[in-house]
Design a protein around this ligand. Sequence first.
Ligand code: UDP
Length: 266
Amino acid sequence: MQGPEQIAGRANVLGCRVDLVDMAQSLRVVSEFIMKGQPRQVITLNAEIIYAARRHAELRQVIEGAGLVTPDGAGVVWAARFLGYPVWERVTGIDLAGALAAEAAVQGWRVFLLGARPGVAAQAADNLVAQYPGLRVVGTQHGYFQEEEMERLLAEIKDSRPDLLLVGLGAPYQEFWIHRYQRELEVPVAVGVGGSLDVLAGRVRRAPGWLIRLNLEWLYRLVLEPRRWRRQLVLPCFVWQVIRQKLGGTVEPMAGNGPPAGGEEE
Ligand code: UDP
């Protein structure tokens, strides 16, 4: 079976690691992680996070220490290819979540969904079970908990003994959260899935297939959620830095440990 050591390699995009994997390979790698049972973090990495990581050493370390880092988003795929790496498809949080749910139903993996507004994770679970009969969702929990509720939440997740924890708390908070608690939870695989639970619950619609194929899903989300424009302001800066990387190797991570949110600090 394909394992993480057999991942074809890693791209270096602005000093950040991105694994050279497609969806099929990602699924094989996750299967192996679950088989081995040691806690492994999966990150679907987009351009905003890569750009934020330039200034945030802790975020870079979380990415570096993850078990699998997939290329999420048109920006990352473009950057990796522009830099000469063989990356052909996006492995997004929503696609990975769906594919993992399908695989979980076949393999009998126990799945826990954490994140989004109250009711959303439970609705996502219902929809997934309807779509993939036999899927074992062993628990759901919304993502607006207080610090003092954390102990109860951690106990609930741990007691339900999931093989796979999908965490939709928004990036990069979910990446820090997984990094901090995964070992304690003893969950073999935890994946940051951003707003995927909203989509799986039917609360947010994905872009039409033809827009996704044209790599224009970001534009669709921008039109639907104009508040995202501040986050997406970072994309031209990202492109510029990638061009500089290709031309001159000027991609040393920036010093400092500034705010990890994508773009707002620019
Ligand atoms: N969210 C959450 N708890 C929080 C903040 C956000 O559960 O304290 C959820 C939010 O409801 C949404 C997801 O995190 O479901 C973030 O979605 P977004 O599309 O902004 O994230 P991205 O996919 O861009 O990381």
